[in-house]
Design a protein around this ligand. Structure first.
Ligand SMILES: [Zn+2]
Length: 88
């Protein structure tokens, strides 16, 4: 009878350890999910006025801030438009 209790205690410890491993595994999965969502941040394209996933964007450093465009054409168009504005 004592042996049975001892065995069940060991089994309980085993389950506790296992659940701990599981929860730690879940945590890292959540972190991964967060990294994934950080990659999928939507940014505003000032040229075609749509939101676009950041990872597919072209970044352009403009003085003190960074602008993002959905493509090279958009970036060039934006820069040209701004130039025209400066000449006015
Ligand atoms: Zn665009």
């Amino acid at each position: 009878m004592r042996l049975l209790i001892f065995l069940s205690l060991i089994y309980l410890c085993y389950i506790l350890l296992k659940s701990r491993w599981k929860s730690s595994g879940k945590k890292s999965a959540i972190n991964k999910e967060m990294e994934k969502t950080a990659d999928d941040i939507m940014i505003y394209d000032p040229c075609c006025k749509i939101y676009y996933p950041k990872k597919n964007c072209i970044a352009f450093k403009d003085k003190d801030k960074i602008l993002y465009f959905c493509g090279k054409e958009c970036k060039n168009k934006f820069l040209e438009d701004r130039k025209k504005g400066d000449f006015k």
